[in-house]
Design a protein around this ligand. Structure first.
Ligand code: ATP
Length: 328
């Protein structure tokens, strides 16, 4: 009910992503603006179970909008997957008289929040924080834009060495189930081919396409591979296959790994995080619960947590076509 919330808590859970700090700052300052006490919970649900939280005021979050990672730390909590763990977390919240929770994380974190609400009727609100952009109900998750810029920067650097040595580089980027990072960064970085989980190019077509590029005068190439691409081979097996079936290229592999999660958030992610924090707090204060805040048609919108968890994000087919045309 509107007006009943006097104390809120915020936590970050699952994999960290750039922009989480900016979202924490926004939640804390929105609380301060509305005269609501705010508590920061350390190490996600683990800290909730252990009662590891402290009061944060507007000044506690100074100087973090530009920092990657999360000042509250993140964790994967086995304890929260158990009824006893969640019961303990609920008791700790009751003892501290906290009456609402903002969860910044991915779909696993939202699943935990939804179960928690169903068991104890505790008001929860999600903010999507993951670089993979794989959450239904928002066109952008926190950290996606920053990760794209990081990947494009890395591709630009790899291109320098690729073109100096007639090299073919396979560059692996994050995206186990979805190819949003690969597709967008691949286009922006001028990749020759982009291999994503949503599409099965096939090894023969890959070699055929690379051969075509060589014949058309390209002396170096970059292929972006999402971790979970459909060909099903790991990036080193891909390299071996192309080595065996193509001549003329010195084939190399670069796995970008965790550097994609780090770094100072982009302007876009900072603004998005600030908007999401305000919307999350104001929605809880208005009596809304079990929603995720998202960006849809340039506006802050609420999507039921259940849909955000179950819904699938789709790859933009127009981008696939653009990528094909650009590699002509
Ligand atoms: P990422 O996108 O980075 O993987 P995530 O939020 O999906 O982020 P998970 O590790 O899947 O990350 O989930 C984070 C935490 O949420 C888990 O460690 C666990 O504490 C809680 N959680 C996930 N699923 C459940 C569940 N079914 N029941 C209770 N808690 C859960």
């Amino acid at each position: 009910m509107p007006g009943t919330i006097k104390k809120l808590a915020v936590l970050t859970s699952g994999g960290d992503s750039p922009g989480m700090n900016a979202a924490i700052r926004s939640v804390v300052r929105s609380c301060a603006y509305h005269g609501v006490e705010c508590f920061g919970v350390y190490r996600g649900y683990e800290g909730l179970i252990e009662g590891d939280f402290e009061r944060l005021d507007a000044r506690s979050v100074k100087g973090i909008i530009n920092k990657g990672g999360t000042m509250l730390k993140s964790a994967r909590s086995q304890g929260f997957r158990t009824k006893e763990g969640r019961q303990q977390a609920y008791q700790n919240l009751l003892d501290a008289k906290i009456d609402g929770l903002v969860v910044i994380g991915g779909d696993g974190s939202f699943t935990g929040a939804l179960i928690f609400n169903q068991e104890f009727g505790f008001p929860v609100m999600g903010i999507p924080g993951t670089i993979d952009n794989d959450i239904f109900g928002t066109t952008h998750t926190l950290g996606f834009d920053t990760a794209l810029n990081t990947v494009v920067d890395a591709i630009d650097k790899i291109r320098d060495t690729a073109s100096s040595h007639n090299r073919l580089f396979f560059v692996e980027v994050m995206g186990r189930d979805v190819g949003h990072i690969a597709l967008n960064a691949g286009i922006a970085g001028g990749a020759e081919e982009i291999l994503i989980p949503e599409e099965d190019l096939g090894l023969d077509r890959l070699v055929e396409s690379l051969n075509k590029s060589r014949k058309s005068g390209k002396s170096s190439s970059i292929v972006i591979v999402a971790e979970g691409d459909k060909i099903g081979k790991n990036i080193f097996q891909l390299k071996d296959y192309v080595d065996e079936n193509m001549e003329g290229y010195d084939v190399r592999v670069s796995v970008l790994g965790h550097m994609q999660r780090g770094g100072s958030p982009s302007c876009f992610d900072r603004v998005l995080a600030s908007r999401m924090g305000v919307k999350a707090v104001e929605s809880l204060l208005n009596g809304e619960t079990n929603y995720m805040v998202g960006l849809l048609n340039s506006k802050m919108e609420l999507t039921p947590l259940e849909q955000a968890i179950k819904g699938k994000t789709k790859i933009n087919l127009e981008l696939l076509r653009v990528s094909d045309i650009m590699s002509t």
